[in-house]
Design a binder for this molecule. Structure first.
Ligand SMILES: Cc1cc2nc3c(=O)[nH]c(=O)nc-3n(C[C@H](O)[C@H](O)[C@H](O)COP(=O)(O)OP(=O)(O)OC[C@H]3O[C@@H](n4cnc5c(N)ncnc54)[C@H](O)[C@@H]3O)c2cc1C
Length: 370
């Protein structure tokens, strides 16, 4: 949570110094603007602390990308309290944006980073994709920031690390666009899982209790519109990459049990000239749910993944019961699925294909098709 707080404070600090509101990566501001403002405030720009801070900013010819060198964040040996210091406009001193973490908290953070590196390193060696789930908004900025830095490190040759975007949030289109832009400007492969979002009630209850604006879209239709806009933005960029012969730069999982969303995606892929065999769009459903969506997609040549919840029973059961209650509308459709299964069974008996196993040359999403 403290890391998410740093991200919010970094944006405030950026606006305080430059007077520019809005995302840093789109701001067209370079580091001279900071130097000028510091001089106006009589801050010693040549002092080692400030000079080093200015040198460590991340930028390209279009301007700033980040205020900090966030790659320091994924360096398991860097102390968080050292990383997030900025020149204070009033005192001129380098001061931390977050209150100092205890030694134990710093240690926990380092351990988490070591574990993440082990997972991504192993996944890269085995050529397996890792999807990082999205959680509640009070953790998510930190999860997302860390995931983007991991993408930068591990997605140099293909999309191994995937971030998750929850389309029930009002901010999601902006966040996704900024991350796509970062990947483009810093030249790494981008992986994303698009979901509607699982914590709507919790988000709304917390916003009400702590009296801040509800971060969730006002209704289901607005969430669907957000989903469509996010998907179209990805498809637009994939089409552009394809025109440059770099189709695989972006890989997307459409993680939804909604038939209309799946149909919409298939239709839009055709409109944007993106073929299932380009292996840049895949679909994801939970194991045991919506096989009537997954199976025809697979048979039509699309990549489909079935999510298998795995872990200690006491952790997996609450997860599954959340999914079951979210998907209660699916239970209504159960009769439809049963009818479809009956029809398929009959078809196989009639055609002598009881043990029929469709052959497919499986190619994972984001991999270069041969
Ligand atoms: C493979 C897979 C991976 C997933 N990973 C994640 C993850 O990392 N993080 C996560 O948060 N969720 C995750 N989910 C769950 C997902 O976010 C949805 O909760 C779930 O899939 C239901 O959405 P749907 O599109 O499948 O179905 P639908 O029934 O079409 O959509 C239901 C969803 O619509 C939204 N909604 C409903 N009513 C309203 C309303 N009044 N206002 C605004 N929005 C509304 C909510 O998000 C609700 O969950 C994952 C789901 C799948 C299948």
């Amino acid at each position: 949570m403290q890391l998410s707080e740093v991200i919010a404070r970094t944006r405030q600090y950026f606006t305080q110094v430059t007077g520019v509101a809005g995302p840093i990566v789109m701001s067209d501001v370079n580091k001279d603007v900071f130097e000028k403002r510091f001089r106006q405030e009589n801050i010693a720009v040549e002092s080692p602390g400030v000079e080093k801070w200015l040198k460590n900013m991340t930028y390209d010819k279009k301007g700033l990308i980040h205020l900090f060198s966030w790659s320091g964040l994924i360096d398991a040996n860097m102390l968080l309290s050292d990383l997030f210091k900025v020149p204070n406009l009033n005192t001129g001193q380098m001061e931390p944006l977050i209150s100092a973490l205890t030694r134990e908290e710093e240690e926990m953070f380092k351990n988490m980073m070591r574990r993440l590196h082990s997972i991504f390193q192993y996944a890269m060696e085995r050529d397996v994709r890792v999807m990082v789930d999205a959680e509640q908004t009070y953790f998510q900025p930190a999860i997302s920031r860390l995931t983007m830095e991991m993408m930068k490190k591990y997605n140099q040759d293909k999309a191994i690390v995937f971030n998750t975007y929850q389309c029930y949030l009002k901010e999601t289109f902006n966040n996704l666009s900024l991350d796509l832009e970062q990947a483009y400007r810093q030249n790494f492969y981008f992986g994303a899982k698009l979901v509607r979002g699982a914590y709507m009630e919790q988000e709304r209850a917390r916003a009400l209790e702590l009296e801040y604006e509800d971060p969730v879209n006002p209704d289901f239709e607005a969430t669907t519109e957000m989903y469509h806009n996010c998907l179209k933005e990805c498809l637009r960029r994939i089409k552009f990459n394809k025109s440059l012969g770099e189709t695989q730069r972006i890989a997307i999982m459409v993680a939804s049990h909604n038939e209309d969303t799946v149909r919409y995606t298939v239709r839009k892929m055709a409109e944007f000239g993106i073929h299932p065999l380009d292996r840049v769009i895949c679909f994801g459903q939970l194991l045991g749910m919506c096989d009537h969506i997954s199976l025809p997609l697979g048979q039509a040549g699309f990549s489909v993944y079935k999510y298998v919840p795995y872990g200690p029973v006491n952790e997996v059961l609450p997860y599954l019961s959340r999914r079951a209650s979210e998907n209660s509308s699916i239970l209504v459709k159960l009769q439809k699925e049963k009818n479809l299964l009956g029809k398929e069974l009959l078809r196989r008996i009639m055609k002598g294909q009881v043990l029929y196993r469709p052959q497919g040359n499986y190619i994972p999403v984001g991999a270069v098709p041969k």
